[in-house]
Design a protein around this ligand. Sequence first.
Ligand SMILES: Nc1ncnc2c1ncn2[C@@H]1O[C@H](COP(=O)(O)OP(=O)(O)OP(=O)(O)O)[C@@H](O)[C@H]1O
Ligand SMILES: [Mg+2]
Length: 134
Amino acid sequence: MLDGPLGAGKTVLVQGIGDGLGVRGPVTSPTFVIARVHRAGRLPLVHVDAYRLRDIAEIDDLDLDASAQESLTVVEWGSGLVEGLADAHLRIELSRPRGGRGGDEPGDADERHARLVPVGGDWAARLTRLEMRA
Ligand SMILES: Nc1ncnc2c1ncn2[C@@H]1O[C@H](COP(=O)(O)OP(=O)(O)OP(=O)(O)O)[C@@H](O)[C@H]1O
Ligand SMILES: [Mg+2]
């Protein structure tokens, strides 16, 4: 689950995940199609943009439950929706750091912060393994 305000870098992160999986072709924002599946990588990458989905029934119709078994499913704007679909998931909160002088303006345009929050299942253990490799 990717969380973070407009322009936080959610789609760019999914592009990086696509590169890591060896997905061919560009990963673009699926805002107008809700979900897109990229195959031909190590795992199918299911990219969902839930920005316009505000009803759990709509996201249920996508049948992500089934695809989650064999795919990597990434949901932009998934907070409040994904919880009902997957008890276990990794929540990634992206943000742009604040600028100096205590202002509310975003700081360095190129800097992003990612906070990884394990939710349920074995995600805490997975995250520990990831941190040991970093
Ligand atoms: N890690 C990064 N470093 C520098 N620039 C970035 C980074 N991630 C994203 N950007 C830039 O920030 C802008 C917004 O990125 P992106 O479209 O990924 O945001 P988003 O969170 O998906 O936005 P939306 O909420 O509209 O879906 C783009 O111009 C992108 O190039
Ligand atoms: Mg996006």
